[in-house]
Structures are given as C-alpha cells and as structure tokens.
Write a protein that binds this ligand. Structure first.
Ligand SMILES: Cc1cc2nc3c(=O)[nH]c(=O)nc-3n(C[C@H](O)[C@H](O)[C@H](O)COP(=O)(O)OP(=O)(O)OC[C@H]3O[C@@H](n4cnc5c(N)ncnc54)[C@H](O)[C@@H]3O)c2cc1C
Length: 409
C-alpha cells in the first residue's frame, strides 16, 4: 500500500498512541505514521504533577508503550518532528523540514498547550509551566526543603503541584483570582474541601488576587504586595492546539469540531483527545474534555471511525486527582453554575465522602473522595438521568442504585 493510503496521526501522546494501537487491533494492515514534536516517545502526563514530580514514579513507568512495541506493530513513529501544515485537497501533511507525507486518513491528536502569563517578568528563568516531562524535571529541581514556591492559578495543575511542593518541604503560596481553588470545576460547596485540605497541609492560599509582575524577588500583586518566591509555577489553563486544523480550513470552535464519530468537517480527517470539541450524544452538543480518560478512550472511537466502522464516543467524562492523602474520582460533566444543589454522602470533614451535583433532582456528576469502586454506580446515575431522592442519596446506607425517587401513587 502506498503512503497516500497511510493513516497519519499528528500528535504523539496518549491519544495518538492509543489510536495507533486500535488501528492495529482492528486489523488495519496499511502504513500508520505517528508524528510528534516531542523527543520522548508517547507518555502519560498525570504523573508529571504527582509521582514523577515527587521522584516516586520512574521515567520508564510513564510511557504508553515500550520502544519495541512500535516496531512490533509497524508503527512509523517519528519523534522530534513538527507538522507545519495540512493540505486537505492534496491529502498531505507538511513537516518542518519541508518534506511531506501523503495520507488516506488523518487523525489530529495535537492536544493542548499551557496558557502563558502575560505580565512583565513572565519570561524569567524561574517561571515554570507544566505540560511536558522536561517541565516536570525543571520544576522538580526547584523543589528543595525550604524553597519558596509561588503557584499562580488554583486549578488542577496548580493544586497538584502545590501538594508535591509541600511534600518536598517547600514553603508554598497559591495565588488565585477567584475566592476558592477549583471553583470553576467544582463549585463553591466542594471547592472548600480542597481549600481546607491545602490549608491543613500548610499552604498559604491567597485568593481574589491579581498578578501584575514577576520580579527577581517573587510575584507582585495588584495591591503592590510582593510574594517572595524562588520558583514560580504557572497553571492558568490550556488552549487546544488547533492552529493546523484552522489553517487547513477545518471547522474549529474551542477545539476541532467533530461529530459523535469524531469525524471533522472533512470526511478523511478525525480528531481525539484534548484538541477535540466533539458532539456528545448524552449532552446533545459538542463538549471538549481535557482529561486523561478522554485521551485514553476517544482515540479508540476515532480509529474505528477511520476504518469505516460505526463507532460513537458517548462515554460519561471522568477524571481523577491525587493530592496529599486525598484521592478522588469525578464522573460527569457540568458547565460552571450548571447545577442547583450539591448533596454530600459520608464524612466531609474526614475527607471520605461522595458529592453529587444535581439539577432538578437528576445527578449530573458525582465525586468520590477516598471512597473507591463506586464509579460505575455514579456513571449509571448520571447516564440514566432518572430523578433521585436527595435524602436517599445522602444516606450512606442506601445503595446508590436504590436512590430513585419513590413512584407517585
Ligand atoms: C501535568 C499534568 C497532569 C495531569 N493530570 C491529570 C489527572 O490527574 N487526571 C486527568 O484526568 N487528566 C490529567 N491531565 C490531563 C491529561 O494528561 C490530558 O488530558 C492528556 O494528556 C491529553 O492527551 P492528548 O494526547 O489529547 O494531548 P497531549 O497530551 O497534549 O499531546 C499532544 C501531543 O501533540 C504534539 N503536537 C501538537 N502539535 C503538533 C504538531 N503540529 N506536530 C507534531 N506534534 C504536535 C504535542 O507536542 C503533544 O506531544 C494532566 C495533564 C498534565 C499536563
């Protein structure tokens, strides 16, 4: 089969590697070219702010596949290679060295990149972002007992990094714009749990602040105060890497727009992972999910769709975090403010509970904190959309599948 029939995957991270794996599992025998601009073969990012950052997870443990796997499965893995353009009419991708590769079908798994801080001094050498393994290495070098670390941004990356820095014995200050960490993701009720968790571990949380400058001494705030810091870690969100897709003329809106089969506005181009804003049948609209489980599962659907199979991505979104001794899983999807009530089941101060986000007595999402093996039950509640009895939901003795609202009459 010629290269014009190759299945080309742009972006060699979790989503790209899983798509290549599925193509082979599904029996595709043609050329598969997996192109990534990083030097490292595909790896998982969650350890970069957790075990790997803390020196507990070895580098060999983070990769998606062994080097041999790519050879054994005839995956043409091209690392350190940037795709600079996609020509849809010619069915070719152009590489940074000017060469090009033809494709029969193309998958975009270009992921997302950290938003950059736009203040004077943001380019100082002690200002760090966290996306790639070398970023994690760089941050780790700063995490020494007594080092002063300022974390800008109180989202998942910021809070996980704060936790790793505290465990390394650093003095940590988290600076956030809103009044609580993770407020956008969790809402006020559950965000408080994470604020308390970090305070209990000695992190200084400063909220409602505006960063105006990074100086040689630390972070300057809008009120003129200086937060002294040896290292500044910036975690203020990511933006999807849609430049290639947009320049090629694909439909892009907060990610590459696709249908539920993960097919883009061009029939031979597909997208998966952080970069895709995919129509989701359960929510009846496109959603973009920046989480590991999405980058694990979506490429399977995309690869099967590329092969002409009838595949649909309709999984309920899921993510997890680990901070200090708190482990949690979150199942569901809510836009900020999209719920009317939060019900807790279990011991919230003891950090062993499940939180449910409800809208008109239907469960939109559930978060289990230090309680395990309940994800399937939570997913069923979310997927079924059936009305629940909030009192039964709050009662740890009522099985989750018996929390339905009693029938009338
Ligand atoms: C530090 C960290 C911790 C995380 N922790 C968690 C967690 O605890 N739980 C959770 O659910 N999620 C977590 N996530 C999110 C999760 O890792 C991402 O959702 C996942 O990595 C997305 O995978 P992806 O393959 O879609 O994109 P990415 O991982 O972003 O990979 C895209 C790849 O494509 C490459 N690329 C882009 N453009 C081009 C081009 N033009 N040419 C060639 N290559 C290109 C990029 O360099 C990159 O290598 C974490 C993320 C980070 C950064």
């Amino acid at each position: 089969m010629g290269m014009e029939s190759a299945y080309v995957i742009v972006g060699a991270s979790l989503a790209g590697a899983k798509a290549a794996e599925t193509l082979r599992e599904e029996g595709f025998e043609g050329p598969v070219v997996l192109i990534g601009d990083e030097q490292e073969r595909p790896y998982e990012r969650p350890p970069l702010s957790k075990g790997y950052l803390m020196g507990k997870t070895a580098r060999e443990k983070i990769h998606v596949h062994s080097p041999e796997w790519y050879k054994e499965h005839s995956i043409d893995l091209r690392l350190g290679t940037t795709v600079t353009a996609v020509d849809l009419a010619a069915h070719r991708v152009t590489l940074a060295d000017g060469s090009s590769i033809g494709f029969g079908r193309l998958l975009l798994t270009t992921g997302a990149s950290p938003r950059r801080l736009q203040v004077p001094g943001a380019d100082r050498e002690n200002v760090c972002y966290l996306r790639r393994v070398e970023d994690s290495d760089r941050i780790q070098a700063f995490l020494r007992p007594g080092a002063r670390v300022a974390v800008i941004g109180a989202g998942w990356i910021g809070m996980e990094t704060a936790s790793a820095a505290r465990e390394a014995g650093c003095e940590v200050t988290v600076l956030g714009r809103s009044e609580l960490p993770l407020l956008g993701a969790l809402g006020r009720e559950a965000a408080r749990v994470f604020a308390d968790l970090h305070r209990d571990h000695g992190v200084e949380l400063r909220f409602g602040v505006q960063v105006t400058e990074i100086t040689e001494h630390g972070v300057r705030l809008g009120d003129g105060t200086l937060v002294e810091a040896d290292a500044v870690i910036v975690g203020i969100g990511v933006t999807p890497n849609t430049r290639l897709a947009a320049a090629a003329g694909l439909r892009v809106d907060n990610g590459v727009l696709t249908d539920q089969h993960l097919q883009s506005s061009h029939p031979d181009v597909f997208a998966a992972g952080d970069v895709v804003n995919a129509f989701h049948p359960l929510y009846d609209r496109p959603i973009r999910v920046e989480h590991w489980a999405n980058a694990l599962h979506q490429p399977r659907t995309a690869a099967r769709s590329m092969l002409g199979e009838e595949a649909v991505h309709d999984r309920v979104p899921y993510f997890f975090t680990d901070q200090y001794e708190l482990g949690m899983e979150y199942t569901g999807y809510i836009e900020p403010g999209g719920y009317d009530r939060v019900v807790f089941r279990g011991d919230v101060p003891g950090r062993e509970f499940i939180a449910f986000w409800l809208s008109r007595d239907r469960v939109l999402a559930g978060m289990n904190v230090n309680i395990w093996d309940v994800t399937d039950a939570i997913r069923d509640l979310v997927r079924s959309g059936r009305p629940v009895d909030p009192d039964a939901l709050a009662d740890p003795d009522t099985p989750l599948d018996r929390t339905g609202r009693p029938q009338q009459g």
